[in-house]
Design a binder for this molecule. Structure first.
Ligand SMILES: [Fe+2]
Length: 149
């Protein structure tokens, strides 16, 4: 994981403690399913997540651009956005509570939780590949609400 202030660039690093102060959970987990499921089960029990699935985006994913276009504009969800990255990488741009933009670049082994109702967007990197475990409280809650222009 690398996090920094988007308007200042990669040298303006943000640490895990600051992310935590913003309600953004970040953890490293092992990539072996037998090893990561226990910590994910604990997170599910703690936060009331009941659904788990795996999502993958890759250069050959049908309608990749249309899928990405749903999430590359600022939005919120009624549910937390929980992603544990198994392969590839991705970018979360997340607003602070005082409306500054943090960029969080995640890779395999990174678990991130973007809290419900927090403005954010998601981008693929130039590799256009990510494979993630998702956890939900309710799949119906994981629908984007877009920020007004
Ligand atoms: Fe989202």
């Amino acid at each position: 994981m690398r996090a920094y202030w988007l308007n200042e660039g990669p040298s303006a690093a943000i640490d895990e403690a600051f992310l935590a102060s913003q309600g953004v959970t970040y953890e490293r987990l092992p990539l072996d399913p037998a090893a990561y499921q226990g910590p994910l089960d604990a997170l599910k029990a703690a936060n009331g997540y009941i659904e788990q699935d795996i999502v993958q985006l890759a250069p050959d994913t049908p309608n990749l651009d249309a899928i990405c276009a749903k999430f590359d504009k600022e939005h919120t969800h009624d549910d937390d956005e929980v992603r544990f990255v198994l392969e590839g990488e991705g970018i979360f741009d997340i607003r602070t509570t005082d409306d500054r933009m943090m960029r969080v670049v995640v890779e395999a082994g990174d678990l991130i939780v973007v809290p419900a109702d927090r403005h954010h967007l998601f981008l693929l990197t130039e590799k256009k590949h990510i494979r993630c475990v998702r956890l939900f409280q309710d799949a119906a809650g994981w629908v984007p609400h877009y920020r007004a222009a």
